[in-house]
Write a protein that binds this ligand. Structure first.
Ligand code: HEM
Ligand SMILES: *[C@@H]1O[C@H](CO)[C@@H](O)[C@H](O)[C@H]1NC(C)=O
Ligand SMILES: *[C@@H]1O[C@H](CO)[C@@H](O)[C@H](O)[C@H]1NC(C)=O
Length: 267
């Protein structure tokens, strides 16, 4: 019931956005007039316009005489046709005038610092599986960074660790390395969904690329930690003896240890 109401509200909001869209008519002619005295970031003869992150900011919709741009994964799109979505006050207005690739994946946009192209640490924070036996060991040892929900269960964790075992440092390293390719693939897929929406959707023309200095990472501050909602999406595995328990079928009628119909082919 609650969900239905929310969805209805979302559709209504969209309708009113769509209504205001009819006034948006794409980039103003002046952009293509080729008059002398063009700004340095005006499109060149091929119609391409490469911009720095700072220059891109001018196209966030706050100046209604300018087209509306957003970038994702380094490619700039003209989203003027979606001014209702991306313009000031629009539901997705925070994506305008910037390359917020990180936030397209994390869906964290409560704070401005999340709206960055900086993808460092994202595989680890969202896509690399975490292992219960490691979390339990860390909680039992009172280690900072242990799952906070386990932190006050130190004694309980100790008992579980003695029962299920303690993964060695080497084993932890092995897992990180073994899991990484798939985690990176998952990140590419999550981003790829949005990249193809803009690149292949046919709705928004490509403007150009974001110009960024090689090695920008070295002088850039570390990106923010992802928000809690995003961290919750990280896959969880048991690890060691806990795998058997974590993999128990939970659905109704499912029986632990009994091969399900669908799994038979793989055996
Ligand atoms: C409960 C969550 C969400 C709801 C209810 C919701 C709802 C909607 C609705 C109703 C539309 C209009 C669709 C249309 O008329 O074509 C829309 C568009 C859009 N949504 Fe969401 N959305 C949600 C989550 C998200 C998230 C997490 C993202 C991005 C990470 C996102 C990005 C977009 C974008 C970019 C558009 C505009 C697409 C365009 O430019 O045509 N949405 N959303
Ligand atoms: C125009 O910009 C595009 C994209 O940055 C670039 O590849 C192209 O070489 C430029 N052309 C001219 C004539 O400057
Ligand atoms: C994002 O851009 C990088 C190059 O900058 C590219 O290697 C990668 O495949 C792109 N990802 C997607 C999902 O398009």
């Amino acid at each position: 019931m609650k969900t239905a109401t929310l969805l209805a509200a979302a559709s209504l909001a969209t309708l009113s956005f769509a209504a205001s869209d009819s006034e948006a008519s794409g980039p103003p002619d002046s952009l293509f007039s080729g008059k002398s005295g063009e700004p340095a970031d005006a499109p060149n003869q091929s119609g391409k316009q490469d911009l720095t992150d700072a220059e891109l900011k001018a196209y966030d919709g706050s100046d209604p005489s300018k087209p509306l741009y957003l970038a994702i994964n380094g490619t700039i799109y003209d989203v003027s046709a979606g001014r209702g979505f991306y313009g000031p006050g629009g539901h997705y207005g925070h994506f305008a005038g910037r390359d917020a690739t990180r936030a397209w994946v994390t869906e964290c946009w409560e704070t401005e610092d999340q709206l960055t192209h900086d993808m460092r640490g994202l595989v680890e924070a969202m896509f690399l599986p975490k292992y219960m036996d490691e979390e339990l060991s860390d909680a039992a040892d009172g280690k900072a960074g242990a799952d906070s929900s386990l932190g006050d269960l130190k004694d309980q964790a100790k008992k579980l660790v003695s029962k299920f075992g303690r993964p060695s440092r080497k084993e932890r390293k092995r897992r990180r390395e073994a899991d990484r390719p798939e985690a990176e693939e998952k990140l590419e897929q999550a981003l790829g969904k949005w990249v193809s929406f803009f690149a292949a959707g046919g709705k928004y023309p490509t403007v150009g690329k974001v110009v960024r200095e090689e090695g920008w990472e070295e002088s850039a501050p570390e990106p923010p930690a992802v928000c809690e909602e995003a961290r919750k999406k990280r896959p969880i595995r048991g690890g060691g003896k806990l795998d058997a328990i974590m993999n128990m079928p939970m659905q109704m009628g499912g029986q632990a240890g009994v091969v399900q119909e669908d799994d038979r082919d793989e055996l």
